[in-house]
Design a protein around this ligand. Structure first.
Ligand code: SAM
Length: 402
């Protein structure tokens, strides 16, 4: 539903030459928005071929004409009014009243214009309203975020941290928050994989790739990997991508997909041998409830592989948010962790820590350079008092159920 609304809006709002590019991907259709929505809810080879062209087009637009590309949460971009209107619809009536007063306008079009022009107003909205979204609002927005990239973000971390031990995976593995299903695909050659995600569009993509893998139709995978690698270009995980032929040489065991939330897992107790959960906990409403579920469904001795942003990752995001004045917390991160808080959370639910590895480093000077540009002076001053050589923005961790 939200995809239909989005494409209806987007195709009306973009410049005619950009609209023509999207029409060219689907020549001759009458209901362009409806046809796009339909392709995002399919899991066949044709849908994957279309998606590869769609994401290639969005990636080119992002480089050449960013104001017209599908980009989440950035003012001066054609999608910005859509996100303001979404927030307007879901916010509490009393918050709507406060926003009208703060913006000095009653009309949504005028408020949108003022938000676009005023970084302080956008920062106020993020802190007062955008940071208090419900779980359902997060899930809905995620369907739109999934339009930005084919990648769901955790592919390099998977290759760097989980893949080296992949031969040890066996039995049943849960891919919790599987996203576009890259890890599912690779792990399915070694274990039966159960994949769950709340984002329908990503799940369909994961299913389509998995079906192709099962049928031995692997010609598409080099293109998939090339696109993912390019989209992740900015992420500093220092990881070489193996070739698709090497990575996906085997045949797929059983893969089962479920659309749902990982804080209420539809699997029996003591069912899984391992859980892969990369770049997910920070997006969730209640990480504690999720770890409790992991403890329930994992066999004793089973391991959970996690990646999550650190407090410095949070601070870095927070600084970028305040410089840009985003309406929603960057990439909808609701939580961040440090080695201690992550360990304590898992230990509270009967896990022991096997490994905690910080990664995605930034030099202190680089970090302070961003902090110094932030309108939030107190934060920059506080950081200056405790310098480090380097700052790790993310953590990889392995926990074992006792
Ligand atoms: C950044 S992506 C990472 C996806 C994948 N693990 C990867 O490594 O690429 C986060 C994913 O978590 C999913 N997600 C967030 N909260 C969730 C929840 N409560 N239950 C299920 N999936 C969730 C999102 O839909 C999204 O696909």
């Amino acid at each position: 539903m939200i995809l239909r609304e989005f494409f209806d809006y987007y195709f009306r709002a973009v410049d005619p030459e950009v609209l023509a590019m999207y029409q060219n991907l689907m020549p001759g259709v009458r209901d362009l928005a409806g046809s796009y929505e339909e392709l995002f809810s399919r899991n066949d080879d044709e849908a994957i071929a279309f998606l590869l062209d769609f994401y290639r087009l969005n990636s080119d637009l992002r480089n050449q004409n960013p104001e017209q590309a599908i980009i989440f949460n950035v003012h001066n971009n054609v999608c910005f009014p859509f996100f303001v209107e979404y927030l307007w619809k879901v916010m509490k009536p009393e918050d709507r009243q406060k926003l009208k007063e703060k913006a000095g306008a009653d009309d949504l079009a005028e408020i949108t214009k003022r938000l676009n022009d005023d970084v302080n107003l956008r920062n106020w909205v993020r802190k007062e309203i955008g940071c208090n979204l419900s779980q359902q609002d997060l899930f809905t927005l995620n369907e739109i975020i999934a339009l930005q990239n084919f990648s769901s973000g955790g592919e390099s971390s998977f290759l760097k941290y989980v893949y080296p031990d992949i031969q040890k995976l066996s039995g049943r593995v849960l891919d919790a928050g599987c996203g576009a299903g890259f890890a599912t695909l690779v792990m399915s050659q070694y274990a039966s994989v159960f994949s769950i995600d709340a984002c329908k569009a990503r799940l369909e993509r994961a299913m389509a790739l998995s079906n192709m893998m099962k049928k031995g139709e692997k010609n598409v995978f080099p293109r998939v990997m090339e696109l993912i690698e390019e989209e992740l270009g900015g992420i500093d995980v220092e990881c070489e991508f193996p070739s698709a032929d090497d990575l996906l040489a085997g045949t797929s065991k059983e893969v089962t997909f479920v659309e749902g939330s990982i804080d209420d897992l539809p699997y029996p107790d003591n069912y899984f041998d391992a859980i892969n959960c990369l770049d997910v906990l920070e997006h969730t409403y209640n990480p504690e409830a999720i770890v409790e579920q992991f403890a329930r469904v994992l066999k004793p001795g089973g391991r959970v592989f996690i990646t999550a942003p650190t407090r410095y990752g949070e601070v870095e995001q927070h600084i970028h948010e305040s410089i840009e004045g985003t309406l929603y917390p960057a990439m909808l991160h609701m939580h961040h962790f440090d080695p201690q808080s992550l360990t304590e959370m898992f230990e509270r639910h009967g896990f022991k820590t096997v490994e905690i590895t910080p990664f995605d480093f930034m030099s202190w000077d680089e970090f302070m350079d961003i902090a110094n540009r932030s309108p939030e002076r107190e934060l920059a001053e506080e950081l200056k008092s405790k310098p480090f050589d380097q700052v790790a923005l993310q953590l990889f961790a392995v926990f074992e159920k006792i």
